[in-house]
Write a protein that binds this ligand. Structure first.
Ligand code: FE2
Length: 199
């Protein structure tokens, strides 16, 4: 493991340890529990570490120091703030793209399936309104051509499900290896010495 990767992983774990205990919106779990439950679901579906990391990091833009860093006046949504931070930290582009797209996936699903919003928690329904509500038909048609379309829908299902108070998940240390592997994969890909293809 390079020194830079080691430091980045340590900083991310500290960030979630320090700031992940706030409630996740109006949900009965903390940000950290939500992140770990999402990562567990991605892992148990057998996904590549990049997808596990995206599941863990998808709401990093909600953590106070990440929001502050983006600027108090920033009007960008937490998914945009989070995706930028994930890129800055050195994760592969697809990790950032999954983080960036997870709100659009909710807007898509509520357009596509009129019953979908009944699966949403009250807090998620409230945030949907703030996020622009359901997609239009034209937005949905465009979204369906996104390269990560099906993964984004999967991430969304984990996001909705990862709100179980007290669910048993790997402790935070369990995410370290996935973070390390994903960051190292980005370095290898940038050096052009390997393929970093996700499932
Ligand atoms: Fe989430």
């Amino acid at each position: 493991m390079t020194r830079r990767v080691e430091t980045t992983v340590r900083d991310i774990i500290s960030l979630y340890r320090d700031e992940g205990h706030a409630a996740y919106g109006g949900e009965p779990v903390s940000q950290l529990e939500h992140a770990l439950q999402c990562a567990d679901m991605a892992r148990s579906e057998g996904h590549h570490v990049d997808v596990v990391c995206a599941a863990f990091l998808h709401d990093i833009g909600h953590l106070p120091s990440v929001t502050r860093r983006a600027g108090a006046a920033s009007a960008e949504g937490h998914e945009v703030v989070g995706a930028k931070r994930v890129r800055e930290l050195g994760f592969p582009a697809r990790v950032a793209a999954l983080v960036a797209g997870h709100v659009a996936a909710k807007r898509y699903l509520t357009f596509k399936d009129p019953g979908y919003d009944r699966q949403l928690s009250a807090a998620s329904r409230r945030s949907l309104r703030e996020q622009g509500g359901s997609m239009s038909a034209a937005e949905a048609a465009r979204f369906e051509t996104a390269p990560l379309f099906s993964l984004l829908l999967e991430l969304r299902t984990w996001d909705e499900a990862a709100k179980r108070p007290g669910a048993a998940v790997d402790p935070i240390a369990g995410i370290e290896q996935a973070l390390t592997d994903s960051l190292e994969g980005a370095i290898v890909a940038a050096a052009g010495v390997g393929q970093n293809a996700p499932k």
